[in-house]
Design a protein around this ligand. Sequence first.
Ligand SMILES: [Zn+2]
Length: 234
Amino acid sequence: MISPSIFILLTMVGIYSAYGYLTPAVITATAEFESQEFIVPLESIPVKTKVVDSTSKALSPMSVKEYVLIGDKRYEVLSPWLGHRLKGHADPQKFDLVMLPLELVLENRKIYITAATRDAFVEMAAAASLDNVELVVDSGYRSVAYQKRIYQRKMDEGDDFYDIARGVAPPGYSEHMLGTTIDLVPSKWTFSGTAAEKWLNENAADFAFIQSYPQKSDRGFTWEPWHWKYIGDS
Ligand SMILES: [Zn+2]
């Protein structure tokens, strides 16, 4: 059966400028964040592709193309990240970022998360400690630009964008930009099977922490047993 003539309608939808800016106050407070100039990147202009027939009736659900800009090249974002761009949450001005207590982080690093996440994590770590389980944080808030640098570095080393995207969220798609997400030590596969993982699976929900990339994800994300998100605020 031949369908009526089909047109592809490309519609530029709004530029959301919610992210891309870092205030001097934030830069001062958080040394590992951006210090360079920040421009609204090309990736912040999603293009919607709508398939319509000759009477403009939609023939398919709206499909959306999304891109990120790494260096001077634009890459199309594919599954499982497509559709999961974290809009409007990346503006550090909206955050109440605080540093995690040094005794709870790896190698005394300066790791920032929202105050509510910090408070909940400190409480959870204390409870775990009573069960002789140590929870140590490896990573917390990461800006969009920081995520971009991770890609840039890997690509400078010769890795392909799409290979990297299998294991690392593209800039703008990482929950770490929400300020409510932490990675625990060891932030790799060996976390699976540790006492920390077992304890978290049994108790984290009591402290409003969830595994947002679980082993069986209906969204197709790779399992990250070390990656935990605080949802008490939402
Ligand atoms: Zn993570």
